[in-house]
Every structure is written in structure tokens, then in C-alpha cells.
Design a binder for this molecule. Structure first.
Ligand SMILES: Nc1ncnc2c1ncn2[C@@H]1O[C@H](COP(=O)(O)OP(=O)(O)O)[C@@H](O)[C@H]1O
Length: 186
């Protein structure tokens, strides 16, 4: 089973996925690292200090890698961690953070004011969640606001355990669409 872990930068995808690798030995593909390592991008965006991912190349590279990892994975489950993962997976967990809190996290990470505001703005209009609805069959939402990275990891772990056991009815608390942060960014 392939599960996407997506969300605006700073919502905690890397922290949660790394904790799950440690805690549960689950297999995780950190897609943004793979894109850079295997040059799966078309160009470098100097201004934004990022790369423009080549989705065709990524889509052609992932099946083989996922196959390999599913074979190594005891429960055949692989997490694809990236703010792009909802373009690839059918099932996705969207991490959310109240934009003013998200801004603090990104400022702490040393992002430029422009990049902080751009991401806070995207989070306030539910951009990633809307894309996830468009691209994915199953969407779950985890609000990380005011919680620790460990608590967020526990939420993600609970969703995945329920999915693995086929008991999705227990995941009502993670149904998306209850957050409205449209007015949270001046
Ligand atoms: N509830 C939370 N869940 C995840 N990360 C959190 C949380 N609260 C604060 N953080 C902090 O926010 C930052 C999230 O960074 P990271 O995991 O790299 O996010 P992403 O991979 O989504 O860009 C980390 O410094 C983390 O410690």
C-alpha cells in the first residue's frame, strides 16, 4: 500500500515520517531528496531556492523504487513524503498548520520573508488540500497546530494503522474540510 504524506512546507511531513521510520521501521520515500539526488527536475529556481520537479520523470522512476521498498517492507506499506505526493498517490494524509504558527516554523527554518508569506498564504487558502481532493481517492487531514511533532506522528501512525487493518470508519476525526483559515493571513 502506498500512502502520501503531503502538506505545505513546515507542516511537519519530514519530522513525522522520520519518527515513523524510527518507531515502526516503516519504509519512507523522501521524494524531495530523491528529486535532487537523481536529478528528477527540469530546472533550478534560484529565486525560490528550489527546483522545478519533473513529474513525468518522477512518475516513471517511482514504480520500480516503490516495488523494491514494498518487498523490503514487512507490511508492504510505503510512505511517500513530499508536498508533491498527492500528485502521485491515491491515498493521502494532509498535514495542516494554522498559518501564523506555520510562519513561525518557517521563519525558524530561515526561509526568506517572501517564501514564508507565500507558504502561509497557500496554507490559508487550503491550496494543498484542494489539490489532494482533485488528485486522490482518499484524503485525511491532520491539524498539527499547537501540537508537538511527536503528537502529529501519533496521528499519522493511527491513520496508517487503521488503513492497514481496513477499519477506516474509525478515522472520522481525520475527515478533511473542517478548517477555515482564509482570514488568518493579512
Ligand atoms: N505538531 C508539529 N508537527 C510537526 N512539526 C512540528 C510540529 N510543531 C512544530 N513542528 C516543527 O515544525 C518543523 C516542521 O518541519 P518539517 O518536519 O521539516 O516540515 P515539512 O517536512 O512539512 O517541511 C520542525 O522544526 C518541527 O519541529
Amino acid at each position: 500500500m502506498l500512502i502520501g504524506l503531503t502538506g505545505t512546507p513546515g507542516t511537519g511531513k519530514t519530522s513525522a515520517s522520520k519518527l515513523l521510520e524510527k518507531r515502526r521501521q516503516w519504509k519512507v520515500i523522501h521524494l524531495n531528496d530523491l528529486i535532487k539526488k537523481e536529478h528528477l527536475y527540469t530546472e533550478v529556481d534560484e529565486k525560490r531556492d528550489s527546483v522545478i520537479a519533473d513529474m513525468e520523470l518522477i512518475r516513471s522512476r517511482l514504480p520500480e523504487l516503490i516495488d523494491e521498498m514494498e518487498k523490503e517492507s514487512e507490511n508492504k506499506m510505503v510512505i511517500l513524503e513530499s508536498h508533491l505526493s498527492h500528485y502521485i498517490t491515491d491515498i493521502v494524509i494532509v498535514l495542516r498548520a494554522y498559518p501564523p504558527e506555520l510562519k513561525k516554523r518557517l521563519e525558524k527554518r530561515g526561509y526568506s520573508e517572501e517564501k514564508v508569506n507565500e507558504n502561509a498564504e497557500a496554507e490559508s487558502i487550503d491550496l494543498i488540500l484542494a489539490e489532494a481532493f482533485e488528485w486522490c481517492d482518499k484524503v485525511f487531514e491532520v491539524n498539527t497546530t499547537g501540537r508537538t511533532a511527536e503528537e502529529t506522528t501519533g496521528d499519522v501512525e493511527k491513520i496508517i494503522d487503521y488503513l492497514l487493518s481496513g477499519k477506516e470508519e474509525g478515522l472520522k476525526e481525520y475527515s478533511p474540510g473542517s478548517l477555515d483559515w482564509i482570514d488568518s493571513v493579512p
